[in-house]
Design a protein around this ligand. Structure first.
Ligand code: MYA
Length: 155
C-alpha cells in the first residue's frame, strides 16, 4: 500500500481523473459502499470535482448532511497533496454553508493551495451549483507528515 501511495505523487495531466487515496476511502474509494466515490481531476494548480449527493447523505429531507459536505471537501483537499508532493493530514477544517446543498443536484467543487508555511498548507475550496452560484466555501490547514504517520501504532 505504501508503494502504491508513493506512486500517486507523479506528475498528473490536466483534466485526467486522479487516483483515489485508497480503495476504501470514505471520500473517494471505489470499493466503499458507504462512500462518496468522489472523482477528482487536476485543474491548473488546483483540483476540481463534479459531485452529486444522494440519499445515503441526507440530513434534513432533500438536503445533504453538513457532515457529508465537509467529508467531501476534506477529501477533495486530500487530492491537492498529489500536486504538492507530500502526504499531509487535516489539522483544521472550516466550512461555511451559505445555502443548502441539495440531494440529487450536481455541484462543482474546487480546491487550491493558498500558501505554504513550513509544514503547514493553507487550503481553500468552494462548492457551486449548476448555475455557478457559490453555495459553500471552506478553508483548511493541513500539516505535512511522513508516511510513518499512517503506519505507526497508536492506542
Ligand atoms: C498507507 C498510506 C495511506 C495513506 C492514506 C492517506 C489518505 C489521505 C486522504 C486524505 C483524506 C482527508 C484528510 C483526512 O481525513 S486526515 C485525517 C484527520 N486528521 C488527523 O487525523 C490529524 C490528527 N492530528 C495529528 O495527527 C497532528 O495534530 C498533526 C500530525 C496534524 C500535527 O502534529 P505535530 O505534532 O506533527 O505538529 P504540531 O502540533 O506541532 O503542529 C504543526 C504546526 O501546525 C501549526 N498549527 C496547528 N494547528 C494550526 C491551525 N489550526 N492553524 C494554523 N497552524 C496550526 C502548529 O503551530 C505547528 O506550527 P509550527 O510551530 O511548526 O510553525
Amino acid at each position: 500500500m505504501l508503494a502504491t501511495w508513493a506512486e500517486k505523487f507523479r506528475p498528473h495531466r490536466e483534466g485526467v481523473d486522479l487516483p483515489p487515496h485508497h480503495e476504501q476511502c470514505l471520500g473517494c474509494g471505489p470499493d466503499n459502499p458507504h462512500g462518496h466515490h468522489l472523482q477528482v481531476r487536476r485543474h491548473g494548480d488546483g483540483v476540481v470535482a463534479d459531485h452529486t449527493f444522494d440519499n445515503r447523505h441526507v440530513g434534513a429531507p432533500g438536503i445533504a448532511h453538513g457532515g457529508a459536505v465537509a467529508t467531501v471537501i476534506d477529501d477533495l483537499y486530500g487530492f491537492l497533496l498529489y500536486l504538492v508532493g507530500t502526504p499531509a493530514v487535516t489539522r483544521q477544517l472550516t466550512v461555511e454553508y451559505r445555502t443548502p446543498v441539495m440531494i440529487g443536484v450536481p455541484y462543482r467543487l474546487q480546491a487550491q493551495v493558498q500558501r505554504h508555511e513550513g509544514r503547514k498548507l493553507f487550503l481553500v475550496a468552494s462548492i457551486a451549483g449548476p448555475d455557478g452560484s457559490v453555495v459553500g466555501t471552506s478553508t483548511a490547514v493541513f500539516v505535512a507528515v511522513g508516511i510513518d504517520h499512517f503506519t505507526r501504532e497508536r492506542q
